[in-house]
Ligand binder design. Sequence first.
Ligand SMILES: *Cc1c(COP(=O)(O)O)cnc(C)c1O
Length: 467
Amino acid sequence: MKYISTRGLGPITQFEDVLLAGLAPDGGLYVPEIWPQLSSSDIAQFQDMPYAQAAASILALFTGDSFSKGRLREIASEVYAAFDHPETAPLTQVGEQDWILELYHGPTLAFKDFAMQMLGRLFDDVLARRERRLTIIAATSGDTGAAAIDALKDCKNVSIVVLHPEGRVTDVQRRMMTCVSNANVTNIAVDGSFDECQGIVKELFADREFSAKVNLSGVNSINWARIAAQTVYYFTAAAKVSQGEPVSFVVPTGNFGDIFAGYGAKCMGLPIAKLAVATNANDILHRVISTGEYAPSTVTPTLSPSMDIQVASNFERLLFDVMDRDAKALSQKMEQFKSTGAMMLNDREKSRIAGEFISFAASEEETLAEMERHYQVAGNLIDPHTAVARVAARGLRETGALSGKVITLSTAHPAKFPEAVKRATDIHPGLPKQYADLFELPEHMMKAKASADDIKAMIINLQTQAQ
Ligand SMILES: *Cc1c(COP(=O)(O)O)cnc(C)c1O
């Protein structure tokens, strides 16, 4: 398996280099040179396979010589055994042709655990082998940070620094990050938006001298290993409900990472009819799919903060494919985007995207009403991100854009967003018992302005202190 960067660098052959690098050195994102393929009989076997085993066999297609199949199986078994549901990613039927895929049974109650927990173990193995230390930096709109901290807090060779937009994550989300007391974990509350946090992370990587000095690496959804690990539940879920028919997926989307994993699964041979992008008021992806114009505006805080994003980094991976993997043309487009703040897709690019993706933007009122409606009809609570996706699923079915079997991804446990759930249903969702004392623990965090230079100084300072 070889990997290339969307901006033209490559090929590199080692999965572990892609894993450690995060962003490619030319500023692009790594993608496999060729999508590995699974046959329909390979896919059918996932129907009854334990999740960990499916994960190991799919990841083995991406990891080349970096990990043996046996080691992947060991890691996956340990990781997914810690999830609090025997099926790991259970499906609930909510209509004749409708299912919800529950992806929130991991340690930090959101779908990001699926990939991040694997990533932590893979990092630890490779770093021990290479006798190296890394500083992992992550920007979070809420869930990535907690997932990354939980996955990396026990890694011997990693320090983790997480930037979150101050006051724009829920108390539960913040405490899941700041109540971890391991010495290798640093939380920084940034006076700015998630996009500013993400911009700072990009600037830190772009500063070669700094990034070499602290051995900087990333676990944001631009890290290829996360996408690879997230393809797994598309396969296992489709194998369970498809019975030979193609299925569609509705995915609440921010950074275009999770849904790109669905696209990856399709490229690997999974019969998917449509991939539906569900957004909140921050609807850049809905706009680019419907109009061809990719133009970020300012971020609007919503009830589904993990999708309060305007710059969807992983969209570059899709663009690369719809531009026939012409890295030069893509680099020009991205440069244009950088200098003008917008880019326009041509008709061909637009129609190729429309062949795979449909989209829907849900309003706050629709999101609240859906949480209430779901509670009345199904008798259980859903979180606001899942509600955005359910609004999209029902809306797209009404217009005929979606038909047949539809799986909606449920990306977070309702207890992560108690204010929104309470507002919609008048019920306060309780945290699972492993978090019973979350509000009694002391918090650990620093504060900073939205300035890359300030953050760099803080990181250098931390390193000096640690030595
Ligand atoms: C991160 C997140 C999303 C968006 O995922 P992307 O990969 O950024 O598209 C959706 N829902 C929840 C709960 C999340 O934490």
